[in-house]
Design a protein around this ligand. Sequence first.
Ligand code: ITT
Length: 195
Amino acid sequence: MDKKLVFATNNLHKLEEVRNIIGNSFEILSLSDINCNDDIPETADTFEGNALIKARHIYNKYGMNSFADDSGLEVDALDGAPGVHSARYATEGHDHEANINKLLGALNGKENRDAQFRTVAALIIDGKEYIFDGIIKGSITKERAGKNGFGYDPVFMPKGYDKTFAQMTDKEKNSISHRAIAMNKLNEFLKNLPE
Ligand code: ITT
């Protein structure tokens, strides 16, 4: 089969993270590689639904095998918020600083700071759909620490570590993250596909 896959994301950090995981077995094309400038609406109320919308958009419009992920942060004391709304928690734009400020404000004075990052990845190969997921548990720190990564990384400390995702190298984050777990499952699946 064609060893090319479109990764339906506009997030360059995610693209880089995922190329590091899957890039050896498949050529991962970005939306700009296929000249797609569409702003694909993420209107579902589940991660799986949104991941499928993004992957289907590419498969249906361009006829290319594709995958997408939808990810987010789920905070126990906030009943799972911001969840599917993680990118637009504070404002309509993807304003990571405002999102973190809102999160720290919402948790102010709360004892329980447990949280998890979750990814659901949807893959479409020759019209067939497959779903893979990944979760990493941790907690929300009281202050930002670190400059790497993106999104909520400066305030997310994975369980068993004494540093945030933003204090880890890409390699370290990629060895344990929610996205890495889901993408490793996807990669295993791809490796086992018939030639
Ligand atoms: P695409 O939809 O174009 O792929 P996005 O940035 O909107 O990119 P998601 O919808 O999957 O990505 O993720 C929603 C938000 O969840 C994202 O903007 C971050 O705020 C947060 N998030 C997801 N994965 C993260 C990670 O590994 N580290 C920190 N924050 C993350």
